[in-house]
Design a protein around this ligand. Structure first.
Ligand code: OGA
Ligand code: MN
Length: 202
C-alpha cells in the first residue's frame, strides 16, 4: 500500500517520492482534464502571496492554474477522495491534525519556471503538507522543468515531472523551485491544511 510508504518516509525524512502512484489511465484522464480547461481559457496566471498582497509576477512564477472543486469532473472527484483518505491516514499515524486538502492544476508553458520558495505564506502557516502529482508522459531530460528540492545540508535533488509520480513534503521545511521548462509541463499541485490560527482572536 503506497500510503504506508508515504507515512514512513515523512516520519523519517519529511518527504517522499512515489513513482507510478496512479495508473497510466487515471493520469491521462487528469492530464486531459487539465488541457481541456486550458483550451477553454480557464487557467489563469498564478499569483504570489495572499489577499491584497497577491500579485502576478512572471519573474517569480510563470505557471497558469485552475483550482479543483468537487463536482467538476469524475476523475478529479476520485483524486480528491483519494487525497482525503491520505489526509485521514496522515492524521491517524502522524497526528498532523490536517483538516482539508486544496489543489489546482498548473500548466507551465515553455520558458516558465518558479523561483525558490517555501509553500507557506508569511502571514499564514496553515499549509502543512505539500502534494504534487505530475501529469507528463515520457518526460525527457531535454524537457527541463525539474522540481529542485533544497535540503538543510545544502544538497539538492532534481525530480523530473514524470506522469503518475507523486511528491509529498512538509510544506515549511523544504525550499524548492521549478527549473525552466522547455515543453508544456502539467501537474496537480495541492496542500493539506490545518485550520488557520485566527490572529485577531489571540
Ligand atoms: C508550487 C510548486 C512544484 C511543481 O506550486 O508551489 O512548488 O513541481 N510546484 O510543480
Ligand atoms: Mn511550491
Amino acid at each position: 500500500m503506497p500510503f504506508s510508504m508515504i507515512i514512513d518516509d515523512l516520519a523519517a525524512s519529511g518527504w517522499s517520492l512515489q513513482s507510478s502512484f496512479l495508473s497510466n489511465d487515471v493520469t491521462r484522464e487528469l492530464a486531459d482534464e487539465c488541457r481541456r480547461r486550458y483550451a477553454e481559457g480557464a487557467l489563469a496566471p498564478a499569483g504570489v502571496g495572499r489577499g491584497e498582497e497577491q500579485a502576478v509576477r512572471e519573474g517569480i512564477r510563470g505557471d497558469h492554474i485552475h483550482w479543483l472543486e468537487e463536482g467538476q469532473a469524475e476523475v478529479c472527484d476520485a483524486y480528491l477522495a483519494l487525497m482525503d483518505e491520505l489526509r485521514q491516514m496522515l492524521n491517524r499515524e502522524l497526528f498532523l491534525g490536517l483538516e482539508e486538502f486544496e489543489c489546482h492544476f498548473a500548466l507551465y508553458p515553455p520558458g516558465a519556471f518558479y523561483q525558490t520558495h517555501l509553500d507557506r505564506f508569511r502571514d499564514d502557516d496553515s499549509r502543512c503538507v505539500s502534494a504534487v502529482l505530475y501529469l507528463n508522459p515520457n518526460w525527457q531530460p531535454a524537457d527541463g522543468g525539474e522540481l529542485r528540492m533544497h535540503f538543510a545540508d545544502g544538497s539538492t535533488r532534481d525530480i523530473p515531472p514524470q506522469a503518475g509520480d507523486l511528491l509529498i513534503f512538509m510544506s515549511g521545511d523544504f525550499p524548492h523551485e521549478v527549473l525552466v521548462t522547455r515543453s508544456d509541463r502539467v501537474s496537480l499541485t495541492g496542500w493539506f491544511r490545518r485550520r488557520p490560527v485566527d490572529v485577531l482572536a489571540l
